[in-house]
Design a protein around this ligand. Structure first.
Ligand SMILES: C[S@@+](CC[C@H](N)C(=O)[O-])C[C@H]1O[C@@H](n2cnc3c(N)ncnc32)[C@H](O)[C@@H]1O
Length: 288
């Protein structure tokens, strides 16, 4: 036991309430030590956070303390809590997560919200770079009659998205491998993407958590614009008339993204603020 050391003489005599406080103290330098502590303990005992408060006078077993030690060490090394507990809440669902996919972000919920404002009951949607499946499955959860396809160039991502569809009991999303549009053979009413858009040199300024996330999900060549431009350029071919493309991008990329939408013949191009007041989403319509 590296972390749970000297000061504790008898580990087996310690109740959940002790561990909650102890781990929270160990994680004091993180943003949410109390919440992290609750999530790690509830994952270890495989119970909800409410349960650990109701039964906080229960003793943990030796094997549970052993696991707890591993999880806390990983968190101290800055590994994101979602990779440790292998799940993340997004929109109104809980998604299984693995280290091979991006952890769904709060900002991306804004993308889902903007789509739900505009989508019709039987629309078709293409989600490019589905990751854990969080965007397509959240839309499907709200609109069970829509026909949705999610693609990714990572096979691990496709496998995880399919598992998430199964856990969430969602039957109107089909996931398969595609290098952006390479395997797409039809048109859609809506194309959505949260593509990689970080400039290689910017990664060093990012939150330490991001170091644990797959580079292929974050970084894009050409100052972060390579994938964005590819998607905008070809989306036009795969949209029905009056259909729209909506993408997430970096807060400094609005001007360039607007320019690219117009360059590739999109109309009514609009950028939207996210919950933090940054322009993080741009939408354009296909009209001819
Ligand atoms: C920023 S992540 C977004 C994941 C998920 N949609 C979300 O919002 O959490 C970008 C995703 O694009 C995928 N991707 C990168 N290059 C790709 C390509 N050439 N074709 C298809 N998917 C790609 C990555 O594997 C990753 O899952």
């Amino acid at each position: 036991m590296l972390i749970f050391y000297h000061s504790i003489n008898n580990f087996n005599n310690l109740k959940i309430q002790f561990w909650l406080q102890y781990i929270s103290n160990l994680l004091y330098c993180f943003r949410t030590p109390q919440l992290d502590s609750e999530m790690i303990i509830s994952y270890t005992v495989q119970q909800s956070r409410t349960w650990i408060y109701i039964f906080n006078n229960i003793f943990l077993s030796t094997s549970q303390i052993f696991l707890l030690n591993i999880f806390v060490r990983r968190r101290i090394n800055c590994e994101p809590i979602s990779y440790i507990i292998k799940k993340k809440e997004f929109w109104s669902c809980v998604f299984r997560i693995s280290k091979y996919v991006l952890i769904p972000r709060k900002e991306t919920e804004f993308l889902v919200q903007e789509i739900l404002k505009r989508i019709n009951m039987y629309d078709s949607v293409l989600d490019l770079g589905c990751g854990s499946g969080c965007i397509s499955l959240s839309i499907a959860h709200e609109r069970p009659y829509c026909n949705i396809i999610g693609i990714d160039s990572s096979l691990k991502s496709i496998t995880l998205s399919k598992k998430n569809a199964k856990y969430l009991n969602i039957n109107n999303v089909y996931f398969f491998y595609s290098n952006w549009f390479s395997a797409i053979k039809r048109k859609f009413n809506i194309i959505v993407s949260n593509p990689p858009y970080i400039h290689e040199q910017e990664i060093v300024y990012m939150n330490k958590d991001c170091m644990f996330e797959p580079c292929g999900a974050l970084i894009s060549r050409n100052h972060g614009f390579s994938d964005i431009e590819h998607i905008i350029k070809y989306a036009y071919i795969f949209l029905f008339n009056q259909g729209f493309l909506i993408i997430e991008h970096g807060w400094k990329q609005k001007e360039m993204v607007n320019f690219l939408f117009k360059k590739y013949n999109f109309f009514d191009v609009m950028s939207y603020f996210d919950f933090n007041g940054y322009y993080r989403i741009t939408l354009g319509k296909k009209v001819y």
